[in-house]
Design a binder for this molecule. Sequence first.
Ligand SMILES: Nc1nc2c(ncn2[C@@H]2O[C@H](COP(=O)(O)OP(=O)(O)OP(=O)(O)O)[C@@H](O)[C@H]2O)c(=O)[nH]1
Ligand SMILES: [Mg+2]
Length: 440
Amino acid sequence: MNASDTIFAPASGVGKAGIAVIRVSGTKVLEALEVICGIKNPKARQVRFAEIKNPLTKEVIDKGIVIYFAGPESYTGEDVAELQIHGGRAVLKEVLGALSSVKGLRTAEAGEFSRRAVMNGKMDLTSAEGVADLINADTKAQRKQALRQLSGELGNLYEDWRHKLVKVLASIEAFIDFPEEDIPPESINTAKQAVTSLIEEINRHLDDNRRGEILKSGFNIAIIGTPNAGKSSLLNRLVKRDVAIVSKTAGTTRDVIEAYVDIDGYPVIFADTAGLREATEEIEAEGIKRALAKAENSDLILAVFDGEKYPEMDKETQELAKDKGLYIVNKSDILKAPVSDDLFPISALTGEGIDKLWAKISSIVTEKLSLQESPALTSVRHRESLNDAVSFLQRSMNAPQLDLQAEDIRMAARSLGSITGFIGVEEILDMVFKDFCIGK
Ligand SMILES: Nc1nc2c(ncn2[C@@H]2O[C@H](COP(=O)(O)OP(=O)(O)OP(=O)(O)O)[C@@H](O)[C@H]2O)c(=O)[nH]1
Ligand SMILES: [Mg+2]
């Protein structure tokens, strides 16, 4: 990958459409516009109608709209052009072919436009990740979270923390490097206090039950229980589709069957699993193994008990679901004993009790994932760097010497900087001189 190449790629999706957009970015954009569209000296940000030609045969491929953005006032910070052409496969293929025949132009790699935007300081890394999340957003809450991140809310939070550390570092370094300047020793205490409160703040942010990450990837709900309890029937009922096979044969479901639903704007993935019992053969044993893994990795468990057997309730199912489960007694249509208040009696067959269960699931999901005032942590990458930062800060608090303390704080600032992509070293020096007026 060469960052000096001019790159192009369809910005719109695959398949037929009324319009397709091709984006071109780099130093050769003007040249490409002249060769392919016959446009010379375009005005930035003005819509131009143009014939798009094959530069070799001069044949007109399509007629469309061309917009030129002069760098740095563009998405990537470079010269950019957007060609809005008809979205037919042949048109797209030939226009892309025409672009690739211009010397110095090549197809962009995945994420390369946003990568250039980051490299050119148009956005930080978290915003670029927000762009990807926004494109992948399936539900309203996912879209909102992604847009907040794209808009820089998360990046600003991390940058703000890093700035605090840079300030602390500046005061410690000043103390070390310029002892003759009579810096009050309290400044070291103030610095320590700042580090302590930052550790607390980062820990609060980390300790959010993975709200942002779950919103991004989907809230996982596993349906478990003994064979024939009615797990597959419940799944079909909940997602209003016939996704899983239902039969009176115990042990029907073998593999994990997942179905995706949007609950009030939140992404939820229900997983039906194999019935739990002593396996009778190899495939069933594997299915049960997967069921247990699914239960372990889910955010909520729907423990389904067979109403035909109630009040007997399977012990293993109870145990598996005790920390994060709802106990559901299915087949309420044929129940012989009344169900106690803490359980959800339902009939997957008739639909009885499903509304109440659905309301409960929905309230759990909403409470767990609802957007908060401060932006949520959304990726493992961020979590790892934040954990590193906290470790360094904690170590700095116990460092025996000031210079070691400073080094740990510098490492912590670096970890934070790696999240947004800003790891300025120079600015620490800048800060020393600015805040303490040391030097001439
Ligand atoms: N009467 C009654 N029968 C039900 C109800 N729900 C499911 N059944 C029946 O119970 C049997 C088993 O249902 P499934 O949904 O396949 O059960 P499962 O828990 O997925 O079973 P496995 O996949 O074998 O683990 C089928 O004959 C269903 O028609 C219900 O609410 N009432
Ligand atoms: Mg089943």
